[in-house]
Structures are given as C-alpha cells and as structure tokens.
Design a protein around this ligand. Structure first.
Ligand code: HEC
Ligand code: HEC
Length: 363
C-alpha cells in the first residue's frame, strides 16, 4: 500500500513536467532554476577539468609521480614500519579504507573516517576541518600525526638512504640523490594529484554527451538541485562549496565534534565540517567524518529526516560552545521513488575510480 502511494506520488511528479528530462538534455541554460536559500551563491555544476592545478614550487613531473607512488606505498616511512599512506588509502577500496574510523599507529582507532585521495588535488582545503591548504601540508601532517603514521622524519630519511633504489628515484626527480622531508612530501603530493576521476557519466553529460545519464539519473540531478536542497552546499565543479557546515553529526560530542572550530575558534564553527566533494561516492562508504552512515541509503535517510532536528544537545564538558545545526538542513519529505532517483544520480558521479597495483617494495 505504502509502496503504491509512493509510486503514485512519483508518477505525479514526473507527469507534472513531462519535458523535464528533455530540458536537462538540452544543456544547462535550459535547466529549471536551482532552489537556493537566501544568501547562497552556488557555483554552477560543471565537468571537472582533467588535470588539477600544480604549484610552481612542486611541478607535477612524471618522475615525481613515480617516486611519489613508491613513497605512498612505503611502510618504512612510518614510526612502526607497518603503515603506509596506502594502508588507509587503498586502491582496492576507492583510495579510502572501508572503515568507519581509520586505524593508525599501534592499532589506535582514530576519530575520523578516511576520505578518498582521489581528486584531492582539486581541493583548496584539505581534511574534514580544512586545516591544510595544500597536499604538501596535508602529506606532512599525515606522516607525522601520532595516531596516523607517527613518522620520525630523521629515522625515515636514514632508512631510505640505506635503500639503493631510492637514490635513483630522487635523482630522476630532483637532479641529485639528497633525501629531505620536503622532497618526500612533495613527491607524495605529486602522486596524490595524479589520482583523478574526471570522466564519470555526470562529467560526460556536462561535456555535452546527453545520453550519458539515463532518465532516472536526470530526475535525481533535478532533485539534487531543487527539492532535496543538496545544491545549497554541494555545488560547483567539485560538488562542494569547500565551506563548513554542521549537519548534526556532532551533537553527541563523540569523537571529533569540534570540527572547523579547532581551526578558527569561532563559535558558529563548532561541529562544522567541510562539504566533501562527491565524485567516487559509490566506492567510499562509510560516510561523513565519523563514518556513521554505513551506506548511501542510510545517508539519504538521514538527510531526508533533516538529521537531528530536535536533538537533545549534550554539554561538551569543556569550554567549547554548543553546536548549532546549519539552517540549511531541513527535513525533505522525499518519497521512496525520489530517494532512489537521488541515489542513482550519486552513483552516476562514481564511474571508474582510478586503480593501480602497488609498486613492489624496494629491497
Ligand atoms: C592511519 C590511517 C591513515 C594514514 C596512514 C594516512 N591517512 Fe590520509 N587520512 C586519514 C584520515 C582519517 C583522514 C581525515 C583526517 C582529518 O580530516 O582530520 C585523512 C585525510 C587525508 C587527505 C585529505 C582528503 C580530503 O578530502 O581532505 C589526503 C589527501 C590524505 N589523507 C592522503 C594521505 C597521504 C598522502 C598519506 C601518507 C603520507 C596518508 N594520507 C596517510 C587516514 C590516514
Ligand atoms: C548544509 C550543507 C549541506 C547540504 C544541504 C547537503 N550536504 Fe551533504 N555534506 C555536507 C557536509 C558538511 C558533509 C560532511 C559532514 C560531516 O562529516 O560531519 C556532507 C556529507 C555528505 C556526503 C558524504 C560524503 C563522504 O565522502 O563521506 C554525501 C554523499 C552527501 N553529503 C550528499 C548530500 C546530498 C545527496 C544532499 C542532498 C540531499 C546533501 N549532501 C546536502 C554539507 C551539505
């Protein structure tokens, strides 16, 4: 019975505008206007350029990517000799780790979900709280973080110096065999920039291949831009405003609940995390910074109910101000059919994630 009603509503919506799918196929200037809240400046949706920008101080050369790949899989950079970047950013798991929260040095369970490295080269703000502004800064932080790799750069450099294979890789990249922490993180950042996903069905559609999305995916795109309100935060070529919002993931002060507040000290930033970019999302469960949404169905149900509109806010136990739910988060009233359309659209952002076999460990 419920299903029948949902189906009727859904058919009703589609019949309301039989030309909707056609209009989407004619290009963005024919699309209905996006539903934006007052004050929101949304960048238009667009295909992602095929190459991310490379900083002049760290040019993206083929040699630096080869060295960077070797180092990305190099466990001996870590304090224990057991953890590489790839331990938590595994090519078999969409360059994430499939866990709710990462497991780091000494098998400590961290407080944060591992995001994918794919397309991180396009981001201006890295980490869930945006505390790093470049992949170089990010790589240094992850390497030294005591709950991640707990690396000791002096020990790691001495180790790499003893492995003859590295002298050649460093020489190819930098002209001589000197190994320094800057050279290490620069090469890793170069490699991270090479992991891109820019040819998803959605990107093909945005580049003018009007058949790249089927009708259901187009209805999902329409909902994403209108009734489902996603576009208020997930916009622009990355489907992220790279800004910080509190969805209600931090009301219960579990794990890392401070979010952007740790960077800015601004009371409105308590519990606010960076809007994640969405390409590859079909391969990077579980979701949000805590990993609490185990799959897309659960995530979409949470959005549909408006996360925790009336949650009882538990005291933080320290001087941190109370978190406030973003005013952009509201219950959505999406039907079962609409949720399925929205999910189909999210999956059209996934395409084929880049994959490569690890390089063999250098003797
Ligand atoms: C122990 C697991 C672990 C290891 C090892 C690890 N990471 Fe991560 N990585 C994470 C987690 C968890 C986050 C999110 C942390 C946060 O936001 O505070 C993250 C965040 C990132 C991001 C930011 C992505 C984004 O969307 O902002 C990149 C890029 C990244 N890691 C690359 C690397 C590289 C390169 C290395 C090796 C130098 C590395 N990671 C080592 C778990 C790990
Ligand atoms: C108020 C801004 C905002 C709106 C509106 C919004 N999001 Fe988000 N989205 C975020 C933020 C911020 C996060 C990360 C929250 C966290 O980790 O605590 C997120 C997380 C996600 C994730 C998890 C990605 C990952 O890698 O873990 C997905 C998928 C997602 N949103 C899709 C959607 C969809 C679909 C909609 C519309 C139904 C939507 N979002 C509406 C800001 C928003």
């Amino acid at each position: 019975m419920r299903l029948c009603l949902a189906l009727l509503f859904w058919v009703g919506e589609v019949l309301a505008d039989p030309t909707l799918v056609e209009r989407y196929r004619q290009g963005q200037e024919h699309w209905p206007a996006a539903t934006l809240d007052a004050g929101i400046q949304a960048e238009p949706l667009a295909a992602l350029p095929t190459e991310p920008p490379c900083p002049a101080s760290n040019p993206c050369t083929q040699a630096s990517r080869v060295l960077g790949k070797q180092l990305f899989f190099e466990r001996r950079l870590s304090g224990s000799g057991q953890l590489a970047c790839a331990s938590c950013h595994d090519p078999d798991l969409g360059w994430a780790d499939g866990r709710r929260q990462a497991i780091g040095h000494n098998r400590q369970v961290g407080t944060m979900n591992s995001p994918t490295v794919v397309n991180s080269g396009y981001l201006q703000r890295l980490f869930w709280d945006g505390r790093a502004n470049s992949l170089e800064q990010q790589a240094m932080a992850s390497w030294l973080n005591p709950v991640e790799m707990a690396g000791d750069p002096d020990v790691a450099i001495a180790t790499l110096q003893r492995l003859p294979g590295y002298a050649e890789l460093f020489t190819n990249t930098y002209g001589d065999a000197t190994i320094s922490r800057e050279r290490i993180v620069n090469a890793i950042a170069s490699f991270s920039r090479s992991l891109t996903l820019t040819n998803t069905p959605f990107d093909q559609f945005m580049r003018g291949n009007t058949d790249a999305l089927d009708e259901q995916e187009i209805r999902g795109l329409h909902l994403f831009r209108t009734k489902a309100r996603c576009i208020n935060c997930h916009n622009g070529p990355l489907l992220s405003d790279e800004s910080f919002h509190h969805l209600g993931t931090s009301f219960h002060t579990v794990g890392n609940f401070k979010g952007r507040y740790s960077v800015t000290g601004d009371a409105t930033d308590v519990g606010a995390f960076r809007t994640p970019p969405l390409r590859g999302v079909g391969k990077t469960a579980p979701y949000v910074h805590t990993g609490m949404a185990i799959d897309l169905d659960m995530l979409l149900s949470l959005y549909n109910m408006g996360w925790w509109q009336n949650a009882e806010i538990i005291g933080t136990g320290d001087e941190t101000p109370q978190a406030q739910l973003s005013p952009l988060i509201k219950p959505l009233g999406l039907s079962t059919g609409e949720l399925a359309d929205l999910k189909a659209f999210l999956l059209s952002l996934t395409g084929d994630m880049p994959y490569m076999a690890p390089t063999a460990e250098l003797p």
